[in-house]
Every structure is written in structure tokens, then in C-alpha cells.
Design a protein around this ligand. Structure first.
Ligand code: NAG
Ligand code: NAG
Ligand code: NAG
Ligand code: NAG
Ligand code: NAG
Ligand code: NAG
Ligand code: NAG
Ligand code: NAG
Ligand code: NAG
Ligand code: NAG
Ligand code: NAG
Ligand code: NAG
Length: 566
């Protein structure tokens, strides 16, 4: 830590008290949890700026949803802001109930200004940490919060019971109106400018100028054990996270228990969650917790570091905390070896039901590209594609179109493999960067209860880069991953079909591939996209139409009465 940073911190510590607080769990007995979410623009002060941002109930981050496995949750979202809104409950499977999944124009029309919509769903067969966020434009920059699902009454965690729990929501902050920043980028056909800060629970910490009292802090007691529920809500950055002087034991990812392992840092992609146990058994002092991007592509490195403080009880606020040793921003080998340690718990109680037989093989290439744009600065616009298709958003919800048999909204001819095989991760491809922009969204139709293997292959079209992919409506098993081109003859032999990690978001490595498997037992229209908002907005997305099953309880539920219309 540089001298300048030290004095910076001391200024902050002497002039302002750090906020120290417990997050205590509310009683969780009731089977119906009801929340009111008022979408409001509030003047929130961060860094050097106080500026109006879109919030839920005026809070940043927004309120935590607490539920117990088996609960019914009703969240009435009322939109008082000038923007269209929709909220996604990231990682909740929403069995047969895509109407409440949230992505705008995929499962619903937006909640327009002055309107309300109640997301009504049951939390079934899931427990752990998930999160919610706006799923329209880039509004999730400020509209997000944690979801904590406690195990069923009388069920313990399959790891040592922590004494306390905290949520740590990692985010990204722009000093200007994010929607304006994005508009500016789109006008030029270039990426919008980088964020101004990373944050932990909405606060950047003292390594940023003007952060003043904006440091999140937790107080711990010597000898006690803590569960940290860590969420990456950043728009465009995979993050390393570490706590100075303390190792962490990873026990859960994306609301699925894992085989515990100890690590001095974690890697967490946008959309992912990670629960870690921390034993407060070190010298009583103050320690920084820090988050900084991982970026191993040949792109500019953004190394802005968000910090928060872990403070032992009784230690005065003027003790200078030490910084953790985060992996270098381009530390590929840490990233690969960290991900390789993740394994499903796969116990009799929490088995890993990995599909062993595959009904449908899909191979999707991830590409960046450049399409003509006469009004853009360079005459071109950056785009992104899957199998060379840049996804076009429709004017109405795809799920409505599917359910009500509306014709002309989408087609189901999304190709199972790229149009022309090439050396995907060979030398950078800078010619032929045009992608296909069809007039209607192209989706893939999947038979009910079939087993799907999807290989996501990064390419060197313009540049290799790591892409965190998120599938709605399902968890999947990450059965294999590798660097270079996927080899369908050799690589499947190396799959882990016993205890692979089960999750809803997975980072496809830079210049590599990832194979996932899932059973398509949830009928509906389910979005799949890169969780880097930049790439989603460039078209790196598609959706699966999963057909109804033959049984009465295997069909999409009727839409709720208050479902917004377009
Ligand atoms: C937000 O608050 C700041 C500081 O209190 C003030 O200077 C600014 O005018 C406010 N902005 C709006 C739009 O209310
Ligand atoms: C949702 O909240 C709005 C605004 O308070 C209210 O008008 C509406 O009746 C509520 N909806 C339900 C289903 O309670
Ligand atoms: C949730 O569970 C309740 C009680 O069993 C049931 O009435 C309701 O229809 C369920 N809702 C959904 C969306 O499945
Ligand atoms: C953390 O674990 C590593 C090995 O994984 C070990 O070398 C190191 O000493 C541990 N650090 C602490 C503070 O326990
Ligand atoms: C972070 O970026 C700054 C400014 O570009 C640079 O001076 C510093 O060396 C970088 N740190 C690392 C760890 O890359
Ligand atoms: C990572 O970044 C450092 C500092 O910028 C550089 O010296 C090193 O060569 C890079 N490592 C790799 C594998 O690119
Ligand atoms: C677009 O043009 C600007 C200068 O006008 C240049 O700096 C930039 O590299 C160009 N971008 C691309 C993607 O060609
Ligand atoms: C849509 O078409 C299917 C198959 O033809 C039919 O079973 C279903 O009732 C139709 N749905 C609506 C809402 O008309
Ligand atoms: C793909 O490109 C890489 C790097 O240019 C090269 O090493 C490799 O041999 C190529 N593979 C094939 C099958 O052409
Ligand atoms: C993608 O499609 C465009 C338009 O048809 C074509 O020009 C380009 O070569 C294709 N690229 C790849 C990688 O298939
Ligand atoms: C899906 O298929 C599996 C394997 O054939 C079967 O065990 C299961 O009952 C089926 N699920 C449904 C909902 O039909
Ligand atoms: C809000 O959504 C409606 C329905 O899709 C659309 O007609 C309207 O243009 C949208 N408004 C804004 C400001 O995007």
C-alpha cells in the first residue's frame, strides 16, 4: 500500500466514523413473505458526487429478500421512476412460472412508470445466496440486492454453524447517469466509458478519492465464525476478493453447497454468488477486505480496488488496516486453479444429478464483431454474437408470444452449431467481423425433459475474452472446461460427471471453452446471455423455448392477471 493511500485512509478514519453494523436475521417462520419494492429516484451521495440514482425504496444496495426454503414470496414492484423497469430473481428456477423471471421483453413487458406488478413465486428445492437485479437497459447498475434463502425449518447447514452472517454485495459505480453513459457509447458504436469505482455494499472504501465516510465495515469477535454471502453485482467485471490475514472456506456457490476448501482469495464473475466461512481467530486488529477485477484478455486492465474493513471488537478506528494480497489482475493460473477446486457437495441429502446421457448436443461460439453503422464515429458499431447471430430484442415478451401462439414474433431456427467451423482460438480474426442481425429473434426449441449439453466456445474474433454465461430457469452442471478449441473426440473423456459444480452462471475462460449439462424439465422461454452488461447489450444472448410436458403439472402456468402489457 502506497504512502499516499495510507494518509488518505487516516484522514478518513479521523474525520469520519466507519459504519459498523450487524446484519441480524429476521425471524423466519411464516410461509408467506411479502415485500413492497418502490422504484424511486433518490439523490445518493458516493465518491465526490451526490447524484440521483434509480433505487428500490430509496436504498442502495436495495433491500435483502429473506425467505426460507418452501416459502411463497410476493414482491409488489411499483414504478415511480421515469424508466421502464423489470426485476430478475437471479438463480431462482421459477418452475413453470417464467412470468415472474423478469428479463424485459423475454418473459414480460416492462413495468411502466406508474404501474405495479407483483412477482409471486414459491422457493422450492433451493437454499443459499442468490440476488435480484433490474433486467432492463443498464439499470442494474444501481437496482440490486441480496436474496437469502434459509434451509427448511430444522435443517442445519452441512458445514459448521456460523455465529453470524453478513452479506457483501460487490458492485460498480459511475459518477454520471449510467443510461447517459451507455447512450453516448451506442452513438459512437464503441464501449461506454469505464466505471469510476467498484463498491462493497454500495461503498467504494478509502482507496478512492473523496470516499470520506463511505467505507463498509463489519465488526467481528475473537474466536467466532462468520458466514459471508458474497455477490458479484458488478456490470462488467469479474472480481477477485480477499480478506487480509484470513483464509476463507468456500461452502456454497450460486445457492448450491460445495465440498469445502480453503483459499486465500476467491474469483467471482458477475451474476455469481459465493458463501465463505471465516474464522476470526487472528490477531485482534483491523483488516481490509478487497475486490479488484480479473482481466486476462489483451484489453485495458481496470485495477480499481474496492475495500471494506473487518474489525475485531475493541480495536480503535485509527488502527491502519493492512491490504490483502489479491492475485494480479491477469493471473490466469489462479483463476483456472480456483475454478478447478469447485465441486458439488454431492452428499446423499444433496446429490449431484448430472445427466449422463445427452439427448441434444449444442455448440455455441462466442464472438465479438463489427457491423456497419453510418451514424457512428468510425462508421462501424461493435457487436457480439453466438454462432455468428447478434440477438435482436422483440417488442413484446417472448414468453407471451410463445404461450399465446402469436406468430411473427420469433423463429426457432437458432443453429445448434456455428455456420462454418474455423480455428476458433487461433490468430486474431479481424476480417469478416460482420455478424448476422435477423429481423426477428432466433431461439432454440428444446423438448421437455430432454438432456442438453452445451459447449460454449470463446473465439478470437476481434479478441479473446472471458465471458460469464447465465442461464435463466435452471441450474446446470459444469462438466468440463479447457483452453483452446474444444475437441469433441478427446475432451468429453475428461469430463467430471460425478461431482461437477452446479450453478447458474459460469465464466467461459479467455480463449477456451466450457461444457455444461442440464435437464430441460422447466417449460417456458428461458434467456441465456453473457452477464457482462456490455456484451448483453451488444447482442451476446439467446433464449431456449422449452416445450410443455405431457402431464398436467408439466405445462407453463397461466399468466398472472397483473402481468404488464407492452
Ligand atoms: C443532490 O445532493 C447534492 C448534495 O447534497 C446537491 O448538491 C445536488 O444538487 C442534489 N441533486 C439533486 C438533483 O437533487
Ligand atoms: C402494489 O402497490 C401499489 C402501490 O402501493 C398498490 O396500488 C397496489 O394495490 C399493490 N398491489 C397489490 C397486489 O397489493
Ligand atoms: C405456490 O404455492 C402455493 C401454495 O402451495 C400455491 O397455491 C401457488 O399456486 C404456488 N404458486 C406457484 C407460482 O407455483
Ligand atoms: C492460507 O492457506 C494457505 C494454503 O492454502 C497457507 O499457505 C496460508 O498460510 C494460510 N493463511 C492463513 C492466514 O491461514
Ligand atoms: C493499476 O493501474 C495504475 C494506473 O494505470 C498503475 O499505476 C498500477 O501499476 C496498476 N496496478 C497493477 C497492480 O496493475
Ligand atoms: C501480467 O501483468 C504483468 C504486469 O503488467 C506483466 O508483467 C506480466 O507479463 C503479465 N502476465 C501475463 C501472463 O500476461
Ligand atoms: C474509432 O475511431 C477512434 C478515433 O476516431 C479510434 O481511436 C478508435 O480506435 C476507433 N475504434 C475502432 C474500434 O476502430
Ligand atoms: C397454443 O397452441 C397449442 C398447440 O396447438 C394449444 O394447445 C394451446 O391451447 C394454444 N394456446 C393458446 C393460448 O391459444
Ligand atoms: C489454430 O491456430 C493456432 C494459433 O495460430 C495454431 O497454433 C494451431 O495450429 C491452429 N490449429 C489448427 C487446427 O489449424
Ligand atoms: C458471419 O456472418 C456474416 C454475414 O453473413 C459473414 O460475413 C461472416 O463471415 C460470418 N462470420 C463467421 C465467423 O462465420
Ligand atoms: C424426466 O426423465 C427422467 C429420466 O428418464 C425421469 O426419471 C423423470 O421422471 C422425468 N421427469 C419428468 C418431469 O417427466
Ligand atoms: C416502455 O415500455 C413500453 C412497452 O414496451 C414502450 O412502448 C415504451 O416506449 C417504453 N418507454 C421507454 C421510455 O423506454
Amino acid at each position: 500500500m502506497g504512502r499516499r493511500h495510507c494518509s488518505f485512509y487516516l484522514n478518513c478514519a479521523f474525520l469520519f466514523m466507519c459504519s459498523i453494523g450487524w446484519i441480524s436475521l429476521p425471524p423466519v417462520n411464516a410461509a408467506l413473505k411479502q415485500y413492497q419494492f418502490d422504484i424511486q429516484v433518490k439523490n445518493v451521495s458516493r465518491l465526490c458526487h451526490a447524484k440521483p440514482i434509480v433505487t428500490v425504496n430509496g436504498m442502495f444496495p436495495g433491500p435483502t429478500i429473506y425467505a426460507r426454503e418452501g416459502d411463497r414470496v410476493q414482491i409488489n414492484v411499483t414504478n415511480y421512476a421515469q424508466y421502464n423497469m423489470s426485476i430478475h430473481w437471479h438463480g431462482l428456477k421459477q418452475y413453470r412460472n417464467g412470468w415472474v423471471d423478469g428479463p424485459a421483453y423475454v418473459t414480460q413487458c416492462p413495468i411502466q412508470t406508474g404501474q405495479s406488478y407483483t412477482y409471486d413465486f414459491n422457493v422450492t428445492g433451493q437454499r443459499g445466496t442468490l440476488w435480484w437485479h433490474a433486467h432492463i437497459f443498464w439499470l442494474r447498475a444501481t437496482v440490486y440486492g441480496a436474496i437469502v434463502i434459509m434451509p427448511e425449518q430444522g435443517m442445519a447447514y452441512p458445514f459448521p454453524q456460523p455465529d453470524f452472517e453478513f452479506n457483501l454485495v460487490l458492485g460498480e459505480w459511475w459518477n454520471d447517469d449510467v443510461e447517459e453513459v451507455v447512450k453516448q457509447g451506442n452513438k459512437l458504436g464503441l464501449p461506454p466509458r469505464m466505471s469510476d469505482a467498484h463498491t462493497i455494499n454500495g461503498k467504494p472504501g478509502p482507496l478512492f478519492p473523496c470516499s470520506e465516510k463511505h467505507t463498509y465495515a463489519v465488526e467481528v469477535e475473537q474466536g467466532k465464525k462468520y458466514l459471508f454471502r458474497i455477490i458479484n453485482a458488478a456490470l462488467n467485471d469479474e472480481l477477485f476478493f480477499a480478506i487480509a490475514g484470513h483464509n476463507m472456506t468456500v461452502v456454497e456457490v450460486d445457492a448450491v453447497y460445495t465440498k469445502p476448501f480453503s483459499t486465500d482469495a476467491i474469483l467471482i464473475a458477475p451474476g455469481q454468488t459465493t458463501n465463505v466461512l471465516v474464522h476470526a481467530n487472528k490477531i485482534s486488529s483491523r483488516y481490509f477486505m478487497a475486490a479488484r477485477p480479473f482481466m486476462d484478455a489483451p484489453l485495458p486492465i481496470d485495477n480499481k480496488t474496492a475495500t471494506a474493513i473487518l474489525q475485531y471488537k475493541g480495536v480503535p478506528n485509527n488502527v491502519l488496516p493492512s491490504l490483502p494480497n489479491l492475485p494480479a489482475p491477469n493471473d490466469t493460473s489462479f483463476a483456472l486453479s480456483y475454478n478447478a477446486k469447485l465441486r458439488s457437495l454431492n452428499s446423499p441429502q444433496f446429490p449431484a444429478n448430472v445427466p449422463l446421457k445427452v439427448d441434444r448436443h449444442l455448440f455455441y461460439t462466442i464472438g465479438l464483431g463489427m457491423n456497419p453503422c453510418p451514424t457512428c464515429q468510425n462508421g462501424t458499431r461493435l457487436t457480439a454474437s453466438l454462432n455468428n447471430i447478434t440477438f435482436i430484442m422483440p417488442q413484446i415478451g417472448l414468453l407471451q408470444a410463445h404461450y399465446f401462439n402469436l406468430t411473427g414474433v420469433f423463429t426457432t431456427d437458432f443453429p445448434d452449431r456455428p455456420p462454418t467451423p474455423f480455428n476458433y482460438t487461433g490468430a486474431p480474426l479481424t476480417a469478416n467481423l460482420r455478424t448476422v442481425r435477423s429481423t426477428r429473434p432466433r431461439l432454440s426449441r428444446i423438448a421437455f425433459n430432454s438432456t442438453v449439453e452445451l459447449v460454449l466456445q470463446d473465439t478470437n474474433l476481434l479478441s479473446v475474452e472471458s465471458h460469464p454465461f447465465h442461464l435463466h430457469g435452471y441450474n446446470f452442471f459444469v462438466v468440463g472446461t479447457g483452453i483452446g478449441n474444444f475437441d469433441p473426440k478427446k475432451d468429453p473423456a475428461k469430463y467430471n460427471l460425478v461431482d461437477p459444480p452446479e450453478r447458474n452462471t459460469i465464466g467461459v475462460p479467455t480463449g477456451g471453452w466450457t461444457a455444461i449439462r442440464f435437464r430441460a424439465d422447466n417449460p417456458g422461454v428461458w434467456f441465456m446471455h453473457c452477464h457482462l452488461e456490455l456484451h448483453t447489450s451488444w447482442g451476446l444472448k439467446t433464449a431456449f423455448v422449452v416445450e410443455n410436458g405431457p402431464g398436467p403439472d408439466q405445462t407453463i402456468l397461466p399468466p398472472p392477471k397483473d402481468l404488464p402489457s407492452c
